[in-house]
Design a binder for this molecule. Structure first.
Ligand SMILES: CC(C)(COP(=O)(O)OP(=O)(O)OC[C@H]1O[C@@H](n2cnc3c(N)ncnc32)[C@H](O)[C@@H]1OP(=O)(O)O)[C@@H](O)C(=O)NCCC(=O)NCCS
Length: 208
């Protein structure tokens, strides 16, 4: 049996969210390898993991292992690991992980998009779809995003959607060879009674 709100497919215009599937393997390896310089500075990996090349971390068998873990975590209700599509093609990933129920009812999000498609508002649309699903269908109360201070594009994504900056986590994640500080952003369901996607559309329409 699957968790509430999983599996899910969400769409807004040219942007779609859906579970990853086995036949994404080739496209995933291609886009990830092509984007090494774009993605590597922002992605955490366990400090105990032995060094390996970027291409070795993006083989078909690595994808298969990631997919198995993603499906298990999603079925258990601990995570919503989704492919982002743009005009139906794999364009990135967004994951709501560390889903904690009970009095916390919270999750934290991570994401990336193909650098060739940056600047089109794909991520704000994807994140707004996911936040509305977390609050509306799953019944979570809080969504947080932790972002390195120097990651201006990612900070812009959450700021455009109205996330609050709540503080600084020092030496929060092991990224690119060291423990990196992260700014903590969050939104709770009371902040977006009209829905985040609706607000995002209103913001874009109002922009000069
Ligand atoms: C962060 C990221 C997901 C944003 O996705 P996106 O779909 O491009 O988001 P937007 O279109 O809203 O653009 C966000 C900001 O990126 C910057 N940006 C726009 N086009 C850009 C480009 N071609 N190259 C670099 N940055 C660009 C702008 O600052 C923009 O903010 P603005 O709307 O105020 O101008 C994307 O930059 C990315 O994948 N980065 C690498 C991985 C990463 O940082 N993940 C998040 C870790 S916390």
């Amino acid at each position: 049996m699957s968790a509430k709100g999983w599996p899910v497919r969400l769409t807004d215009g040219r942007v779609g969210l859906r579970p990853l599937r086995v036949r994404d393997a080739t496209a995933w390896s291609e886009v990830r390898i092509r984007n090494e310089g774009w993605l590597a500075p922002w992605e955490g990996r366990p400090v105990t993991q032995p060094p390996s090349s970027w291409s070795d971390r993006h083989t078909g068998s690595v994808f298969a292992a990631m997919l198995r873990t993603a499906r298990r975590e999603a079925r258990a209700g601990r995570s919503l690991p989704l492919a982002i599509t743009y005009d139906g093609r794999l364009a990135g990933q967004i994951t709501a992980s560390n889903v904690i129920r009970g009095a916390f009812d919270s999750t934290s999000v991570g994401y990336w998009v193909d650098g060739a498609l940056a600047g089109r508002g794909i991520l704000p649309t994807a994140l707004a779809l996911l936040v509305d699903h977390c609050f509306g269908t799953i019944g979570l109360h809080r969504v947080e995003a932790n972002i390195r201070p120097e990651n201006t594009p990612s900070r812009r994504v959450v700021e455009k959607l109205g996330f609050r900056q709540e503080g600084l986590h020092e030496r929060y994640l092991f990224i690119d060879g060291d423990w990196r500080d992260h700014l903590s952003y969050a939104v709770t369901s009371e902040d977006v009674p009209e829905g985040m996607l609706r607000r995002w559309h209103a913001t874009r329409t109002a922009a000069p």
